[in-house]
Design a binder for this molecule. Structure first.
Ligand code: G1P
Length: 305
């Protein structure tokens, strides 16, 4: 049975201070590139995927990132650490601006790491962060999804959370044929003018349905604000689609106890976990770069396509 109670809990919701970034996945879609390096370190132009996600955490005012990591992912930890040797060398060569950029990476947010010892799925990965998150609402970001927007996607979602104090998942309309790659929600719009018909109360959800069985074309994108009640549901969730413990299945259980919202964010999302999406992100972001854009545009125009 679906929770039908009041939209808002009593009192002001707690501040979201922690963001969980699951980065333990094997990255099989990008083999052989990911044989010996984390897929999260693949660059779009010159910045690793995971740095886009951590920058969004910082720009959304969340002071702590919790990485759920695994074997072969040390490069991520090193990337966000201070590199004195590199900074010293850059300073010695007079490359002050580059040195500043490299130093800034380690100051984006405070970072902690926890290991997921077995690859049992997204839901299981988030459960590994339970002790570090504790009894607080928290964000989840999947670094495969890059969102370019004026206001960071997570920050937009925090506004919804501050209003309702309930879990919020980012959603986007997708092509009906693509639904089987996503968690899909069944939902009805919230009558509140401030969200301009972009906010939904979720009635049900299903992980990676066949197109004929999908309840809508609203797909969950890799940005979530979750109440800590999700941990109890994750712990009770059995393996689902793909034999994995799915976050969507745990959210479905949570729906019985609390309302959950779906939010169509403003911005452009790239699916960098897919080869074509990765190429699209690369081309579009390179075109926007002040130092590269014009020359790259000329080059693309010169191609006989
Ligand atoms: C995960 C979630 C899925 C969501 C997707 C967004 O799937 O399980 O519900 O729609 O992220 O990117 P994955 O892409 O890890 O298979």
């Amino acid at each position: 049975m679906l929770h039908t109670g009041s939209d808002r809990p009593a009192g002001k919701p707690m501040r979201v201070r922690k963001a969980v970034l699951p980065v333990a996945g094997l990255g099989t879609r990008f083999l052989p590139a990911t044989k010996a390096q984390p897929k999260e370190m693949l660059p779009i132009v010159d910045k690793p995927l995971v740095q886009y996600a951590v920058e969004e955490v910082g720009r959304s005012g969340i002071p702590m990132a919790i990485f759920v990591t695994g074997r072969g992912k040390d490069a991520i930890e090193d990337h966000f650490d201070v590199s004195f040797e590199l900074e010293h060398q850059l300073a010695g060569r007079g490359q002050r601006e580059l040195r500043r950029q490299i130093r800034a990476i380690s100051a984006l947010t405070q970072m902690t790491y926890v290991r997921q010892k077995q690859a049992l799925g997204l839901g299981h990965a988030i459960l590994m962060a339970k002790d570090l998150v504790d009894d607080e609402p928290f964000a989840v970001l999947l670094s495969d999804d890059i969102v370019e927007s004026r206001v960071p996607c997570l920050k937009q979602m925090l506004e919804v959370f501050e209003r309702y104090g309930r879990s919020v998942v980012a959603v986007q309309k997708v092509d009906k044929r693509a639904v089987s790659s996503y968690g899909i929600i069944k939902a009805h719009p919230v009558r509140d003018r401030s969200w301009d018909r972009r906010l939904f109360r979720i009635d049900d959800m299903v992980e990676k349905p066949a197109p004929a069985k999908a309840p809508s074309d609203l797909a969950i994108i890799g940005r979530y604000i979750l109440t800590p009640a999700i941990f109890q549901e994750l712990a009770a969730t059995k393996r689902g689609a793909g034999g994995e413990i799915q976050l969507t299945d745990a959210l479905r259980r949570l729906l019985v106890k609390e309302p959950i919202y779906g939010f169509i964010f403003e911005g452009k999302r790239y699916d960098a976990g897919d080869k074509l999406g990765f190429l699209q992100a690369t081309v579009e972001m390179a075109l926007k770069r002040p130092d590269l854009g014009e020359r790259f545009r000329q080059y693309l125009k010169s191609l006989d396509l």
